[in-house]
Design a protein around this ligand. Structure first.
Ligand SMILES: Cc1cc2nc3c(=O)[nH]c(=O)nc-3n(C[C@H](O)[C@H](O)[C@H](O)COP(=O)(O)O)c2cc1C
Length: 190
């Protein structure tokens, strides 16, 4: 898997160019839009995470599937309440939001951190204008658009879980287009 996190604490090996296998190259050739999944826990905590792997999978009923890392705080929250939003980042300034929410909420998810830093929980909503759906999931005011989902199924998919959600609400908030992964300059595939 190729995950690029420019300027982050994710490890890289200096001086060693990344050698991609042909299969990785093929998987990296796909285009993705950049989404931010908003979630809420049963205790009322909120979280945001960047996700490329989100797509509509049915017209009637309207279903969307999001593939979420098994150890993501977001997945735990969605399992607890069933509620999540998908915020569509704007091509013009979505990269600023992306930079704010790219790191995992839980410090312990990043290897090599001190015990103190590992225990810390990062509030990714701090400083980001948002409102909450009636179910408590965050909608970003600066998003191009958004939709709210009620999780219907959790399907194991290797190191991720496919969350299939029924789309219950949504709208477009600004004119323009969605930010793509290529424009953002980060990759999540391979
Ligand atoms: C461009 C980009 C796209 C990503 N897409 C996904 C994705 O589709 N699914 C996923 O589980 N993680 C994805 N990630 C990684 C998560 O955003 C990351 O693990 C996040 O910190 C998990 O958040 P949480 O633990 O606070 O819920 C992506 C990361 C980047 C930089």
């Amino acid at each position: 898997m190729t995950q690029a996190f420019p300027g982050s604490e994710f490890p890289s090996i200096p001086g060693e160019p990344l050698e991609l296998a042909p299969i990785e190259k093929a998987l990296l050739a796909m285009c993705y839009s950049v989404h931010v999944i908003g979630s809420a826990s049963a205790a009322g905590e909120r979280n945001l995470m960047i996700a490329d792997w989100v797509m509509q999978v049915s017209f009637s009923p309207r279903l969307v599937a999001a593939s979420i890392e098994n150890d993501a705080r977001t997945l735990r929250f969605v399992r607890e309440t069933g509620a999540f939003t998908v915020n569509l980042l704007h091509e013009r300034d979505g990269h600023e939001i992306a930079r704010r929410v790219v790191m995992p909420a839980e410090g312990g998810k990043i290897r090599g951190r001190s015990p103190e830093a590992s225990a810390a929980v990062h509030d990714k909503l701090a400083g980001l204008a948002h409102r909450l759906t009636p179910e408590g999931a965050p909608v970003l005011e600066e998003a191009l658009g958004w939709y709210a989902c009620a999780a219907e199924r959790f399907v194991e998919a290797g190191d991720h879980t496919l969350v299939i959600g029924r789309v219950t609400d949504g709208g477009v908030q600004r004119s323009g287009d969605i930010l793509t992964e290529k424009e953002l300059g980060w990759e999540y595939a391979g």
